[in-house]
Design a protein around this ligand. Structure first.
Ligand code: GDP
Ligand code: CO
Length: 392
């Protein structure tokens, strides 16, 4: 893959946020001329090395089976796939349908796939046994929410021994785009200079149908607002206006396990915005750090723009509102958020404090001290995990 080198980097304490880099060439070999002053070449052999050490977590909730199958088929064969489903099980057991589809798919492809259901009683009790109560509700089951699903996926990725974890939404209509996202994750990990790295996807376009024809919009409705406030928060410390954050809500992102295990996470749809905020809180040098190594080695955030457009399921205005409120609440709840910005956001969105997002906002503490091997053993002994295909 050939990528533009980042032209601009914003520094916030030990955190480096690189501005958008575009993909110049999707696939390239060793022989392609190497670095020029503004371009880097990451040959496919190096990308494959990373793929062998990466798990891809797919959170799923009632998505179309055909779309999910397309997503799975696009993930490079060396990656372990971890599907965490919160799909309906009453009336029609959608999880069973997902499982049967995946099983048939693995029969033909022989690749490694792990699957769990977020609300399985065995998953709840394995979480309780390792003492990770932050994930549990009063009935001892894992809370609903995309973040909660992603965190279960990260625990499994760590238990499998992988060094990298990436996320891909299950509602993506273009397998080619999914394939590109995973290649980008690996390429960025090759570029990084620190072991504490996050890669976030910025899509070239998000096409919509407008008056009967395709309209290629650049920014999602929620991202536009989240990015604006994240940038204002950074500006409030540096004193210089910035537009560096362009991926505040990017569901498609990946991390080194060394970074993933240190972060505290925001629940539900706030997780992606919350990750940026938590990185700034922990490693930005304003608040006292809990971990010193990343302060020394630095934390890098890459934002990479795809060639493929992003086509996913449109879920309506209520969903958009929920996502926006989840994200904004994470910003206003941060100790880094200046009072003036907090008031500005509350004035603009007076309904936010009364929303469902506000009632169910939780923080899920980092899993660095969680015994992930016992978690996996717990799932295996209660038959709560399906492990298909070759061993990882
Ligand atoms: P958007 O793309 O950011 O608007 O959000 P989506 O509604 O598409 O959700 C992103 C991904 O998370 C999709 O693959 C959903 O199926 C999945 N998802 C949503 N809620 C949950 C949940 O409670 N648990 C799990 N495991 N996945 C979820
Ligand atoms: Co979606």
């Amino acid at each position: 893959m050939k990528l533009e080198l980042p032209r601009y980097t914003e520094r916030f304490g030990s955190v480096k946020i690189h501005d958008i880099q575009r993909v110049l060439l999707l696939d390239s070999s060793e022989d392609s001329p190497p670095h020029s002053t503004s371009v880097c070449n990451i040959p496919r052999s190096r990308i494959e090395e990373i793929e062998r050490r990466m798990a891809i977590v797919i959170p799923v909730k009632n998505e179309k089976l055909k779309v999910l199958e397309g997503v799975i088929s696009a993930i490079p064969s060396e990656c372990l796939i971890i599907i965490v489903s919160n799909s309906r099980r009453n009336k029609v057991d959608r999880f069973r349908m997902e499982y049967e589809m995946v099983e048939q798919y693995v029969y033909y492809t022989k690749r490694a796939v792990w699957m769990i259901h977020q609300k399985d009683a065995g998953v709840g009790s394995a979480v309780r046994k390792i003492g990770y109560e932050d994930l549990l509700d009063e009935k001892g089951l894992v809370h609903d929410g995309k973040a909660e699903g992603m965190i279960l996926g990260m625990l499994l990725a760590k238990a499998s021994g992988k060094d990298y974890v990436g996320f891909i939404d299950a509602d993506n209509y273009i397998p080619g785009a999914v394939h590109e996202y995973v290649k980008i994750y690996s390429a960025a990990f090759c570029l990084a200079q620190s072991p504490y790295v996050m890669v976030r996807i910025s899509w070239a376009y998000k096409p919509k149908i407008l008056e009967g024809s395709l309209y290629f919009s650049k920014w999602g409705r929620v991202s536009k607002i989240t990015n604006k406030y994240l940038n204002k928060l950074i500006t409030s410390f540096t004193g210089f206006e910035t537009e560096v954050v362009k991926t505040g809500n990017s569901g498609e992102h990946a991390m080194t396990m060394k970074l993933a295990e240190l972060l505290d996470y925001s629940s539900r749809f706030a997780i992606e915005t919350g990750e940026i905020i938590n990185i700034l809180e922990q490693f930005g040098g304003v608040l006292d750090p809990k971990f010193y190594e990343p302060m020394e080695k630095g934390v890098e955030i890459f934002q990479i723009e795809t060639r493929n457009p992003h086509f996913h399921e449109e879920k309506g205005d209520e969903h958009i509102r929920e996502m926006l409120f989840d994200s904004l609440l994470t910003i206003v709840s941060s100790p880094l958020c200046p009072d003036s910005l907090r008031s500005e956001i509350f004035e603009k969105y007076p309904d936010m404090a009364k929303s469902r997002s506000s009632a169910s906002r939780r923080v899920i503490r980092s899993f660095i001290n969680v015994d992930v091997k016992s978690f996996l053993d717990g799932l295996i002994s209660s038959n709560s995990i399906i492990m298909l295909g070759r061993s990882t």
